[in-house]
Design a protein around this ligand. Structure first.
Ligand SMILES: [Zn+2]
Length: 467
């Protein structure tokens, strides 16, 4: 394997550093390294060189599908006119269908077929509500699916039996009635991640089936997904299929619609630990978090056990979280995307409970930042900006005491994928050469984090992006 020399970078706050990469690792860091004969050179021109970012919680196949869909909710789309324009401008699939995602009532109210027809009657349209529980179809869509004569309990009907265009919890049924979708474009996802400086990802989709596993494995094999990938949803006894595809902790979803009782959660975690895996437990509400903490009090924590989201953490739980050994994988980017809704739903005194960062770190809880894309913003620099200022779309601040400085927030993206929230990687000899070169010094990026500052990305020493 060949190497290269990165010249004149800023490393750990010091300018004019040269960094040699060979055989997939950083081998030398220091000023004035001599170029070997024929060694390729990247001139950093004072840009900061960082370890590649690791997004500890996202959803690869959903991200690929979202790439071919039209965003129909904030922040991309905020009102009826923007929604109409977005649907009208959408390319549509080979069968003429337009697929929208992320709809929220603040855009155009309680949407149904009639409402959607006013926005886009021409082609069949289906729009997914942000909750994931509801699809809304226009009349062309209703007719295309034959909803009038179909039989599914999720088909909402008016008093005279006409379908309203609203279809509840019917994803599998809907899929069976629609033309087959195009294969998810993982290469587009890989390229997007690269452009953002992400060199490792953890897929947090629970219960990945054989098709999803095969799709991700093939994308990694082909190099469509050049990132290192860890899977939380691999079946319990599945072993790692390759060096760039790892099996991580096992995902358990504590759905607020049906929390398990304490004993069954204890048994479930015990079974996962018994199989030699840690757990990654989805906890969005206070109730789910309290239940998890009670469960690990009984069954104990295995190193690597993690809490996904921790969207609401009551202050009184912080000391016990700190002693529990659990780590938190959270997403302050949701404040940027939906913060005003949260502020409306959560009493003012509890605003700091939302996507806590500072108080968790102060208490000694390891905290990793992540996107939960496509449900939260994928761009890590947006997530980092959210951790810095916790600003909502309207400009309000959600829990000012929970703000953290840029370097602290960035460390939340820099630990090994197997150790989220753990020791951040640094650009030193021995580091795997997963690197991000910015076009500006660190302090400039800290003042205004933007993805456009990512100039070059290396994974395993190979240059994947260089603008
Ligand atoms: Zn998720």
């Amino acid at each position: 394997m060949t190497g290269l020399l990165i010249r004149g970078a800023e490393v750990a706050g010091r300018g004019s550093a040269d960094v040699r990469v060979a055989d997939g690792r950083v081998t030398e860091v220091g000023p004035g390294l001599l170029r070997a004969t024929g060694e390729p050179v990247v001139e950093a021109r004072g840009g900061a060189l960082l370890p590649g970012l690791s997004d500890s919680h996202l959803h690869l196949t959903a991200l690929a599908a979202a790439g071919t869909s039209v965003p129909c909710g904030p922040p991309a789309v905020r009102d009826v006119h923007a929604l109409s324009a977005a649907l009208g401008g959408a390319a549509g699939d080979a069968h003429g269908w337009v697929r929208g995602v992320g709809y929220f009532e603040s855009v155009a109210g309680d949407l149904d077929a009639t409402g959607l027809d006013r926005l886009h009657p021409a082609r069949p349209v289906r729009v997914q509500h942000r909750s994931g529980a509801l699809w809304i179809l226009n009349t062309a869509g209703v007719d295309g699916l034959g909803l009038a004569s179909a039989d599914h309990p999720g088909i909402e009907r008016s008093a005279d039996g006409t379908p309203t265009g609203r279809l509840w919890r019917a994803d599998d049924w809907l899929r069976s009635r629609l033309p087959p979708p195009p294969a998810p474009d993982m290469a587009a996802v890989g390229a997007r991640l690269c452009a953002l400086g992400i060199t490792a990802v953890t897929d947090a989709t629970p219960d990945l089936d054989d098709d999803a596993l095969a799709l991700i494995a093939a994308a990694v094999d082909r190099g469509d997904l050049p990132q290192r990938v860890q899977l939380l949803g691999a079946p319990l006894h599945r072993r790692a299929p390759g060096p760039r595809l790892a099996v991580g902790p096992y995902k358990i979803v504590l759905a607020d619609s049906g929390l398990p009782d304490l004993d069954s959660l204890v048994d479930r975690i015990g079974a996962v630990h018994g199989a030699g895996r840690s757990v990654a437990v989805h906890c969005v509400s206070r109730e789910a978090l309290v239940l998890l903490v009670a469960a690990v009090r009984v069954c104990g924590v295995r190193p690597g056990d993690r809490i996904e989201h921790a969207a609401l953490v009551p202050r009184e739980l912080l000391p016990e979280l700190a002693t529990s050994g659990l780590r938190v994988v959270t997403q302050p980017g949701f404040l940027t995307a939906r913060g005003d809704d949260f502020l409306a739903d959560v009493p003012a005194g509890d605003h700091s409970d939302l996507y806590r960062c500072r108080s968790l770190l102060d208490a000694g809880v390891p905290v990793a930042l992540s996107s939960d894309a496509p449900f939260g913003p994928l761009d890590p620099w947006t997530v980092l900006a959210a951790a810095l200022d916790r600003r909502t779309p309207s400009g309000a601040i959600a829990g000012a005491p929970e703000r953290i400085p840029f370097d602290v927030a960035l460390d939340g993206y820099l630990a090994e994928p197997t150790d989220p929230g753990g020791t951040p990687r640094r650009v030193v000899p021995g580091l795997a050469a997963d690197l991000v070169l910015l076009d500006r010094p660190f302090t400039d990026m800290a003042a205004e984090p933007v993805a456009g500052a990512v100039r070059a990305v290396l994974i395993g020493g190979a240059v994947l992006t260089d603008r």
